[in-house]
Design a protein around this ligand. Structure first.
Ligand SMILES: Nc1ncnc2c1ncn2[C@@H]1O[C@H](COP(=O)(O)OP(=O)(O)OP(=O)(O)O)[C@@H](O)[C@H]1O
Ligand SMILES: [Mg+2]
Length: 661
């Protein structure tokens, strides 16, 4: 992640927040709405169950009232008292049909059957019917749901037993049972006491309505509650009455469209409702579809659970509604994500673009370009940063400019100083050489000069005395020549080592030049050298020791003549230095020139390229003299082209004054 660009990171963060936010709100929304829809459906189904119970209770009350009112009728009492059952059988059958009852029997005060509505009886006892025994016991009207065995139903009528008989049909999620058929029936049974003329109990009237395959109750509930509502060709609402776990009256349809009589409830629902007696509100798989259902137990007179009453609504319409809501939610979420992504993209662009420009500008600064400026787009933090950057950049530009100027001047100064330093160093070395050599030379010269003089005098004396002996004379001349050379060297050394200060007098330098050339006239002629003079007449008078400076000029001129050898040119210029602090006397010849190797040595005492001809002291002495005048000698030369020797002599203040005068 650290290697990703800022933009990628921002987009990633934005997207994560958007996606998490949208995901959470969509999930919560879906969950909430889904739960609300299902909750509403469950609440409705609970109410529907109440309606179903009401209808069932009404039916029970109807049966009870039919029996109660019939038991009060005079002809029943009268017939029992008079034991005229023939008439009673016909009347009772009429009443049974009118009251839509399946059973209507009269028992005597001991519970023995007097009359069965379907056919007359052999006065057997019917005391296993708990309702009848309870009425005999308490002399009150009672109604209750009860299970009548197939056997007892047969006693009533074959048709009734046949109606109660139900073949069990297995379905995918229902409880399974090895039983194939059920013969017992569920009945809403009611009984009422029959009293004689004196109010004594003379019998019991018992009426019952078989619920098995009687769809009055379930269809009535469906009509009242669901009003024939349908969804994709199916009834939305369904009602069922269970005997134990078997559908005995229902409007739930099987896949072939027939009523699902004989199918059974799921194990889960059975366990909760029938076994534990707790109502069931929730999803349940009913026959072949998922329903939102409500089940509650049906109990007999003793409170034992003998069946269930059920209402349920198809889950599909609610699921469809839920799905539509989910799709709508997802659609809104998708549009939101898209819109937010566009906003995130453009926002990050607004942030990163100026940053990119700043980055580019920073790189320019690193490369040394301080002139680059970044355009400010908005007055936000980035805009302020850009503004600060631009200001910083212009400050840097100014500082850099100053720094460059300073650097250049420093460089120049360093260069100048190093040149000066080099000069001073060279001069120091030269001065050192001179001083130590001067001291040495003084000693040597002093010691050698006297013996040399006496050798010379004696050699001359001997030479005069040996005039006749020619061959000795030759040798003696050799001694004299060599000794003369020694003497010259020693004189030179003495000159070199002489430390006495110059005797300065105001002099025009051109005069000294002219005098030197006059003295060397014969030399010049001998070497056939053309001398060119460019002497500035307006030069100031300077304070110099004329003899010494003359000696300097002589040495330099002779050197030039020697270097030219023959047919050359020597130019002598006298001028004022550019800074007007010195007089410059420039000697330029087109002679042999000095090699680079030798140029540093020419001021060294005894350095000569002229063998026996030269002593190598000429320039050393000249250097010493010029230094005594606080001047300098510079040399420029190119081998084979020629040499330029420049003598600089300082113009003292007083001398300047003179020149003006
Ligand atoms: N103008 C010049 N052209 C070429 N070489 C020169 C010139 N001036 C001086 N030199 C070189 O410098 C050397 C030293 O000169 P310097 O005058 O000190 O001694 P020298 O002339 O050899 O002997 P001397 O003692 O007679 O003057 C010379 O031998 C020569 O090689
Ligand atoms: Mg010389």
């Amino acid at each position: 992640m650290n290697n990703f660009s800022l933009r990628a990171k921002l987009i990633f963060s934005f997207s994560s927040i958007i996606l998490i936010g949208v995901f959470l709100s969509v999930m919560t929304g879906i969950k909430l709405i889904g739960n609300t829809i299902i909750k509403q459906a469950q609440d409705k189904v609970k109410l529907d169950l109440n309606s179903a119970r009401e209808v069932y209770q009404t039916e029970c009350t109807k049966v009870k009232n039919s029996v109660r009112l019939t038991a009060l009728r005079f002809f029943i009492k009268d017939s029992i008292v008079k034991n005229s059952t023939q008439r009673l059988v016909i009347e009772l059958e009429k009443i049974r049909e009118n009251e839509s009852l399946d059973i209507l029997n009269i028992m005597d005060e001991n519970g023995r059957i007097i009359i069965r509505s379907h056919h007359s009886s052999n006065r057997e006892k019917n005391l296993d019917n708990v309702i009848i025994s309870r009425v005999l016991e308490n002399k009150i009207n009672i109604v209750s749901t009860q299970i009548i065995s197939g056997e007892n139903l047969k006693k009533e009528s074959h048709e009734l037993a046949q109606r109660a008989r139900i073949r069990l049909i297995p379905t995918s999620k229902a409880r399974s049972k090895s039983l194939l058929e059920k013969t017992s029936g569920m009945i809403i049974g009611a009984a009422a006491p029959i009293f004689g003329y004196k109010g004594e109990l003379i019998g019991v009237l018992y009426g019952g309505k078989l619920i098995n395959k009687n769809f009055d109750i379930v269809d009535k509930v469906k009509d009242i509650v669901y009003r024939g509502e349908r969804y994709k060709g199916k009834d939305v609402g369904t009602v069922t009455i269970f005997q134990d776990d078997i559908r005995i009256s229902t409007n739930v349809k099987r896949s072939d469209g027939k009523r699902a009589i004989g199918t059974r409830v799921s194990q889960e629902v059975y366990e909760q409702v029938v076994k534990k007696g707790i109502p069931w509100i929730g999803r349940a798989f009913v026959v072949n579809e998922w329903y939102i259902t409500a089940y509650e137990p049906l109990r007999n007179l003793n409170g034992k659970i003998i069946g269930m009453i059920y209402v349920g609504m198809l889950e599909a319409p609610y699921l469809d509604l839920k799905n539509r809501v989910v799709i709508t939610f997802l659609g809104i979420a998708l549009i939101s994500v898209m819109l937010l992504s566009i906003i995130a993209y453009s926002t990050t662009k607004k942030i990163t673009n100026p940053l990119k420009k700043l980055l580019f500008a920073t790189k320019k600064v690193i490369e040394g370009d301080f002139s680059h400026r970044v355009k400010i787009i908005a007055n936000d933090e980035i805009g302020q940063l850009t503004d600060s950057f631009n200001k910083m950049n212009s400050e840097l530009q100014k500082v850099n400019k100053k720094y460059l100027i300073l650097n250049k001047s420093l460089e120049k100064k360093v260069r100048e100083k190093s040149i000066e330093l080099k000069k001073a160093q060279d001069q120091l070395i030269q001065a050192e050489k001179m001083s130590s050599l001067g001291k040495l030379s003084a000693g040597i010269a002093h010691e050698i000069n006297n013996p040399l003089t006496s050798i010379l005098i004696n050699a001359h004396l001997i030479s005069n005395q040996l005039k006749q002996k020619e061959h000795y004379k030759e040798n003696l001349n050799l001694i004299i020549d060599e000794t003369s050379r020694c003497s010259t060297i020693v004189k030179g050394l003495l000159e070199f080592s002489r430390q006495n200060p110059p005797e300065k007098n105001p002099t025009h330098i051109n005069d000294v030049i002219e005098k030197t050339l006059l003295l060397l006239k014969s030399h010049v002629l001998m070497h056939k050298v053309k001398v060119e003079k460019k002497l500035n007449k307006n030069l100031p008078i300077i304070m110099i020791d004329i003899n010494k400076i003359e000696q300097v000029f002589t040495n330099i001129t002779i050197n030039a003549l020697e270097a030219i050898s023959t047919d050359g040119k020597l130019s002598i210029i006298s001028r004022l230095s550019d800074d007007k602090k010195f007089l410059q006397i420039i000697f330029t010849d087109n002679g042999a020139g000095i090699s680079e190797e030798n140029i540093g040595k020419i001021f060294d005492p005894f350095f000569t390229t002229r063998g026996q001809e030269g002593t190598g002291l000429g320039l050393s002495i000249s250097y010493g003299i010029v230094k005594q005048h606080r001047g300098s000698i510079q040399v420029k030369s190119k081998l084979g082209k020629g040499t330029t020797i420049t003598v600089c002599l300082p113009i003292e203040k007083s001398s300047k004054k003179n020149s003006k005068e």
